[in-house]
Every structure is written in C-alpha cells, then in structure tokens.
Design a protein around this ligand. Structure first.
Ligand code: EPZ
Length: 437
C-alpha cells in the first residue's frame, strides 16, 4: 500500500485545472444502461472508482473505453446480464446507481446490497422506496437487492417522496429520476436532491431524449418516453476537488489559480472561506461552472461556525478539509455534521498533529492553535484523507499519511497535482516507512 510523505510549511503557488467530477461521472456512466446506443462522456476523471464502474458496466454487457484525453465511450451491447456482483459493489457502494437504469431498460436488476463505509451505515431504503413507487417489485435475498418491473414489463410513473431523516438522497434521486425516464406516464419526485451532479445527470438524460423539468430543485418532474438514444456529454467539473484546493491555498497561506472551476456550485464554500479570511477572487466566470478563480489568504484565519447541509448548503464532502483549515484559526470554531453524523475519523488523526478538537456527537469544537506539528497519520475515508494532507502541508515538520488508496478513489494523482504548485510531497511504498509506534 502507498503512503504520502509531506514536508510542511510551503505556501502553494501556481495554477491548477479542476478535473471532471467523480460524483457526476458515476451516475452519468450508468445512463449507458438506459439505451442501445453509444454514450460519450468527455472530461471523465481517471480515478479508481471510475475504473471500478467501467469494470461493472463491462460485466453488465457494455463495451467501454477511456482514452488519454479523458473521453469515455460506453455502449450497452449485451443486455442479457442484470447482476452487479458483491465483489465489485463492496469496493464501491456507488455501484447502486446501476439499479434504476438496469431495472427500467432490462426489466430487472440484481445489485448486491452495498455495505456501510467509514463515514456511516449508508442505507438504501429511499432508493428502494422510490423504485417501488414506480411499480417495481423489490426483494432482498442473500445480501442482494432484486428489483423487477411489474407484469407488462414497464415501470409506471407516480408521485414519489424521497426525503429521509438526513434530508434528500443524491444517488437515490439519480436512480429514481433515471428509471422514471422510461416509465409509462409522469413521475414527480418530491424532496429530490438539488446537488449540481443531479442537474448534470438531467442534462445528459435530456440530451438522450428524456423529458425532465425541475432538476436542481426539490421537485423534479419526469414525463416517461418509450426509449432513449445515445449522447455526447461534457462531465461537470469536480466541486469537491476544487473546494479542496481552494482550502489548500488558505491553509498554506498560498496563492492559487484554479481553471475549469465550478464556482457556481461552490457558493457556500466561497462564503465560508471569505468569513474565515480566505479570499476567492473571480478572474473569469463566463461559464460559471467552468470559471477561473484565484484563492489567497488576507491575514490570519478567523474561527467559524460550519454546519453541513444538502446542496446548496455547506457540503459534507468538504467538512474534513474545512476542519483542517480551522484548526489554525484564531479562536474557537464549531463544526456540525448533519448528513453523516459519524463522519469524524479525521478528528483523532488531526489531534495527533496537535489540533485541539472536542467532539460531542455530531458536533466538534475546534479550538485554534498556533501551529500543527507533523506526525504519522492514517487515512480512513476519501475526504478525511484530503483533510490530513492539507494539515500536513501546513504543519511544521514531516507528516506521513498511510493508506492513500482511499484518496486515489476521488483524486487523480493528488501528489503530482500538489507538487506542481510547490508542495513538498511524495508517494512512497508504506514498507519504506518506519514502523508506527
Ligand atoms: C453522494 O452519496 C456522494 N457520493 C457522497 O460523496 C456525498 O457525501 C453524499 O452524496 C451526500 O452529498 C456520490 O455521489 C458517489 P445520500 P449518496 O444518499 O448519494 C441517508 C464522496 O466523498 N440515506 O445523499 O450515497 C444517508 O445515510 C462521497 O465523494 C438514507 O437514509 O449519499 C445520508 O445520511 C461520500 N437512505 C444521507 O441520506 C437512503 O436510501 C445522504 O446520503 C439513502 C441515503
């Protein structure tokens, strides 16, 4: 397994281009199952999760390729399969997003029940309730979810409420919206997720011939059609990768320009960074989802109250990175996690670096310190890993971050990206590191 070795204290300076979004690309890839024609996705990121989804789609009868320019070509040529096996699903719970498309087009689907992960239990009850509302017969057996269209072979449009205890579900909305495109009649999804990735998915489905209104709002209306065609789609830039690098500029007191930045999808972060003392200046927002911006720190860092919410609120996927920044603020910050209340595996690791953090349930008080000190730490989930790397770049001395395979799921060769703007970071084999005490 790989690790990163980071020498802290170097301000990041230079320009970075934001890659295509992992969380947009995964449901976009699943739309290939909705049509007999080819789907082309441009600016698709090169990540472990994307490679896993390609492997899954291949097993489900799709020809697939992903060239050096990031152009991905998908074509469902053998619709006879319908089983997403456990050994793929367990590595990536987002595999669940093949459920709705496969059900709608092939009449049935079997997807292994995704397990939990480091950030929480990750149930899929809302996905299943939504598909049942469209007439699907849902059974669970031996760890598999089995769904089938009603007699007659077609889903039936209906009114679906997709809100759960923690708000809307992003992939649940993707599943139900995708399945509804081929249903008989009209579907209204109430309490739909408003994330930009849902809007991007609706844009692709519409270009395939779907009839969708209200994507990006809490109420989405889908008028079912008989069939969908192929399409050629530009993947939305990754707002979480972009947000991670904006925070990196702030925590290292650097000066970073980002191009292809989905600023219009990051307004909550921009507001929080501004109040924390990190300025995000707009250089060019002709396309507000592919803007050029510049991030610099005004002076010291100010403490904040941060609570994660569904979009357009502050994103849970930037909570760990924001916590790293606020460990160096001049006062006490309060961070509350409303989406995944257990998403705090980075707290113990940041404390090893001298951060003063006090957790009470879904809330952490961050008492700012003068400096962080480098230490050996362990990555856990994708975004916690990113938070530890940000902290390592700001800390005094050397930080080693083990198990960076978590990071490779959502950031394309992050060490190379950070090195290109001055970070002292290198990827090593964990076996080269001294044993952790
Ligand atoms: C998507 O996961 C993202 N993943 C997550 O990003 C992100 O954290 C999450 O949305 C929230 O924004 C992808 O898009 C691949 P949810 P998703 O269903 O759709 C509960 C990353 O780091 N819930 O919106 O699986 C759930 O437990 C990843 O890139 C139910 O109760 O998340 C959570 O508390 C991590 N029942 C809340 O809803 C359900 O059926 C939001 O989950 C589904 C979800």
């Amino acid at each position: 397994m790989d690790a990163f070795v980071i020498e802290g204290g170097t301000p990041l300076k230079g320009s970075l281009r934001v890659n295509g979004s992992k969380n947009a690309a995964l449901p976009l890839m699943a739309t290939a199952l909705l049509t007999d024609e080819p789907v082309v996705l441009r600016n698709a990121p090169r990540l472990a999760d994307i490679a896993n989804m390609r492997r899954l789609l291949h097993e489900l009868g799709c020809d697939e390729s992903h060239d050096d320019e990031g152009v991905m070509r998908l074509h469902s040529v053998d619709p006879s399969g319908s089983h997403a096996r456990y050994d793929i699903v367990r590595t990536m719970r987002a595999s669940i997003c093949v459920l709705g498309p496969m059900l709608a087009k092939r009449g049935e689907a079997r997807v292994s029940m995704p397990g939990g992960c480091a950030i929480g239990e990750r149930p899929v009850d809302l996905h299943l309730r939504g598909l049942e509302a469209l007439g699907a017969r849902v059974t669970l057996s031996a760890g598999d979810i089995h769904v089938a269209t009603p007699p007659g072979g077609r889903l039936i449009g209906s009114h679906v409420f997709l809100g759960g205890a923690f708000g809307p579900t992003v992939l649940g909305t993707a599943n139900v919206m995708s399945a509804a495109t081929l249903a008989k009649g009209t579907t209204v999804i109430e309490s739909a997720a408003c994330e930009p990735e849902i809007t991007d998915l609706a844009k692709l489905l519409t270009s395939m011939g779907a009839k969708i209104e209200g994507a990006g709002s809490p109420r989405i209306t889908v008028h079912g059609v008989e069939s969908l065609g192929g399409a050629d789609h530009q993947v939305l830039p990754d707002r979480i990768e972009a947000g991670t690098y904006l925070i990196a500029a702030g925590i290292t007191d650097g000066d970073l320009e980002l191009t292809n930045c989905p600023l219009d999808a990051l307004l909550a972060l921009k507001d929080h960074l501004d109040r924390a003392g990190v300025c995000v200046e707009v250089i060019d927002d002709t396309d507000p989802l592919r803007a050029t911006v510049r991030a610099t720190r005004r002076n010291g860092l100010e403490p904040l109250t941060v609570t994660t919410h569904p979009h357009p609120g502050f994103p849970t996927d930037l909570q760990a990175q924001m916590m790293s920044l606020l460990t160096l603020a001049s006062g006490n910050s309060v961070i509350t996690e409303r989406i995944f209340p257990e998403r705090f595996l980075h707290v113990a690791e940041l404390s090893r670096m001298g951060a003063r953090l006090f957790r009470q349930g879904p809330t952490v008080v961050v008492s700012g310190v003068e400096k962080l000190v480098g230490a050996p730490v362990m990555a856990s989930d994708l975004r916690a890993s990113a938070g530890l790397i940000l902290a390592g770049m700001a800390a005094e001395g050397t930080t080693t971050v083990r198990r960076v395979y978590h990071l490779d799921r959502g950031y394309e060769r992050m060490e190379r990206t950070l090195e290109s703007v001055g970070a002292k970071i290198k990827r090593v084999d964990e076996r080269e590191l001294p044993m952790m005490d």
